[in-house]
Unconditional design. Structure first.
Ligand code: RP5
Length: 162
């Protein structure tokens, strides 16, 4: 079994600039991951086989980003018990509200942990995946605690004009 525990999947190459934010967080925390373009509409067979094999390949978390009619995260959640973290990609036409609504309102039984729209959501998806893995990985838990402390320490006490 591979030591890759996180899959970052996205509906299109055009989602990568957003989804890269999740990858950057995983890099910072020393978490191995794979990246794939898997589209619910354009490559449904790829979606099916990714979901079908995710558990046996050793994945622990799937981060799925899509925009517009963003069915990828929900369809992936229907195909695997592995936790799916959904990232609504910001669209030009409807600013990502379409993506958010497509991802967040799942029927009972098939959850998707839905993040904020866009880059912040993708970064938080990386942190959510890290938090899930850290439950059973004390070394990662320490790295994640340090990452959080460093972020807190970087916030100034007072605003400045600079
Ligand atoms: C979705 O359609 C993708 O997730 C992407 O956000 C959106 C637009 O895709 P492209 O037309 O840019 O390939 O499936």
């Amino acid at each position: 079994m591979s030591d890759i525990k996180v899959g970052i999947i996205m509906g299109s190459q055009s989602d990568w600039p957003t989804m890269k934010e999740a990858a950057t967080i995983l890099d910072e925390l020393g978490i191995a991951y794979e990246t794939k373009i898997v589209s619910a509409h354009r490559t449904p067979d790829r979606l099916w086989s990714y979901g079908k094999t995710a558990a046996e390949r050793g994945l622990h978390v799937i981060i799925a980003g899509a925009g517009g009619a963003a069915h990828l995260p929900g369809m992936m959640a229907s195909k695997t018990r592995i936790p799916v973290v959904g990232v609504p990609v910001q669209t030009r036409a409807l600013s990502g509200v379409d993506s958010l609504y497509s991802i967040v309102q799942m029927p009972k039984g098939f959850p998707v942990a839905t993040m904020a729209i866009g880059a912040a959501g993708a970064a938080n998806a990386g942190l959510m995946a890290a938090g899930i893995l850290a439950v059973s990985d004390p070394a990662l838990a320490q790295r994640l605690d340090a990452w959080r402390e460093a972020l807190s320490a970087s916030i100034p006490d007072e605003p400045s004009d600079d």
